[in-house]
Design a protein. Structure first.
Length: 81
């Protein structure tokens, strides 16, 4: 099943990067465009599963897309996917 694309191309690119590294994207929510979840369903980030909110209209989309990529790159389970 295909997900809805993010309206900002930089953020969409970062989301695609996360998906290619095994992260799950859940579109929808109250204030966020969606959330992305770590590929491992374990406690890995100081006792919490890595979850990142994806904003639909952040102040600076370039910074937000870089934050998404940094989170993916810093995940301890990235090399296992």
């Amino acid at each position: 099943m295909s997900r809805r694309s993010h309206p900002d191309k930089e953020i969409e690119s970062a989301i695609s990067y996360a998906e290619s590294n095994g992260w799950t994207i859940d579109v929808g929510g109250s204030h966020a465009w969606g959330k992305m979840y770590c590929p491992e369903n374990r406690k890995c980030n100081g006792g919490y599963r890595c979850i990142v909110s994806i904003w639909s209209t952040p102040k600076n989309s370039k910074n937000h897309s870089e934050q998404i990529k940094r989170t993916v790159d810093s995940c301890p389970f990235k090399s296992r996917v």
